[in-house]
Write a protein that binds this ligand. Structure first.
Ligand code: BT5
Length: 256
């Protein structure tokens, strides 16, 4: 694996400048949405030690041991076209993956659309949700869960989940990880907002093993098989099937 240091290790200036920390809430994404509707500034971060109803995609849940991990959401108010908004989950995944590789030396990889894995096990998941006011999308909430110091997982998750502790053999300071991650995310966000969508896609592709691989993609009840050929400008997955190249906009991917 090639390690790249492409961003100076600057602390974030906007992301996390305002932080709302909770002991226990339902979901940091839900609280961040409410705060966004009340006018919270871009970069506001909502953290929780424990979520009663941590959300995954498609009605799934995120399970995280209290006080051990990072579960947080960031409020963004992007000036981006609708198409480019689709790159935000990939941007967040890239930030998580690059931070884990470059600052913690663990061989993490991004899996389309929103997972960060070590080997076949998931260390982080991302849930991006738009906040609508009238017909307009007024904010985007990017929620990130990272398994940091959790040493074991409940039955059913155990064979599919890992943590920074399990991969590196020691505990880590969660605040430092959050600061490093927010710094990298903010730098990538500035690149995206100033016309650098291609750079975001290239950076994501550099930390993802799926391009060129044969994949099976479940999109609702539809199953597609093909070879991953790249990422579309809106963050969709370009899949070459026997019928030609198609863009998958949501779904779950497994390597064939
Ligand atoms: C995700 O969904 O991976 C998005 C997870 C986002 C969680 C963050 S935490 C902060 C913020 N506030 C929220 O309420 N949510 C966000 P998805 O791709 O649907 O994956 C969910 C699946 O991952 C579950 O069905 C489990 O199989 C698995 N899973 C649940 N908890 C996990 C964990 N801690 N580690 C690894 N896998 C987990």
């Amino acid at each position: 694996m090639t390690l790249r240091t492409t961003i100076p290790r600057l602390p974030p200036t906007t992301f996390g400048a305002i932080t709302r920390s909770f002991e226990t809430i339902d979901s940091t994404n839900s609280t961040a949405k409410e705060l966004a509707q009340e006018g919270a500034l871009e970069g506001t971060v909502v953290t929780a030690e424990d979520q009663r109803a941590g959300k995954g995609r498609l009605g799934r849940s995120w399970e995280s041991e209290k006080g051990k991990n990072l579960t947080f959401s960031i409020i963004l108010r992007p000036h981006l076209t609708h198409i480019l908004l689709g790159l935000l989950p990939l941007l967040a995944g890239t930030a998580v993956c690059e931070t884990l590789r470059e600052e913690y030396h663990v061989p993490s990889e991004c899996k389309w659309p929103n997972d960060v894995l070590i080997g076949t096990k998931k260390i982080s998941g991302i849930l991006s949700e738009a906040v609508h006011q009238g017909d307009m999308s007024s904010a985007v909430i990017v929620g990130i869960g990272i398994n940091v110091n959790q040493a074991s997982f409940p039955v059913g998750l155990g064979d599919r989940a890992t943590s920074l502790y399990l991969s590196s053999g020691r505990e880590h300071d969660r605040t430092l990880l959050l600061t490093r991650l927010l710094g990298r995310m903010e730098a990538l966000y500035e690149i995206l907002q100033s016309g650098g969508a291609d750079t975001i896609i290239a950076r994501w592709t550099a930390v993802s093993p799926i391009i060129g691989k044969p994949l099976r993609v479940t999109d609702g009840s539809t199953l597609h098989e093909g070879t991953a050929r790249g990422i579309a400008p809106d963050g969709g997955l370009l899949l070459e099937t026997s019928a030609g190249i198609m863009t998958i906009r949501a779904g779950d991917v497994t390597l064939r």
